[in-house]
Ligand binder design. Structure first.
Ligand code: HEC
Length: 106
């Protein structure tokens, strides 16, 4: 029984690290914040038809799913580069509702 504890602990830890690394891959949250304001906010400010939203509008897994599936109007995103989207994803993920630092302002 005692022999089992270590591998289990190791696997749990490894899974934890792997999960934490997913969203961090290649995204720069500081650039993302700037890009979010510059590109997304043009359509997503208060009063806009597309609706205002903030990083806190979703939880981390929802942001990842949203960006992985590109669950958005294609035309609206056609001028935004892959790298920019990664940065924005990272910013939104870092400040999602269930993140350590939720943010209401974009
Ligand atoms: C050209 C205008 C435009 C731009 C730029 C734009 N959006 Fe949107 N977005 C829309 C419209 C219109 C909708 C609503 C479409 C619909 O309801 O199907 C929408 C919907 C959304 C939704 C709600 C989807 C849902 O159901 O949860 C999110 C989140 C979103 N956009 C995020 C973003 C992000 C992040 C960016 C910047 C990378 C962005 N948008 C840039 C027009 C835009």
């Amino acid at each position: 029984m005692k022999m089992l504890i270590k591998p289990v602990l190791f696997l749990t830890l490894a899974a934890f690290i792997a999960t934490a690394a997913i969203a961090a891959e290649g995204g720069n949250p500081r650039k993302g914040k700037h890009l979010f304001k510059k590109t997304c906010k043009t359509c997503h400010s208060s009063g806009d038809e597309a609706g205002e939203f903030t990083p806190m509008s979703k939880i981390q897994s929802q942001w990842d799913r949203f960006f992985d599936k590109k669950d958005h109007d294609e035309k609206a995103w056609k001028d935004i580069s892959e790298q920019d989207l990664k940065d924005i994803q990272q910013f939104l993920f870092d400040h999602a509702a269930d993140s350590p630092q939720p943010q209401t302002c974009g």
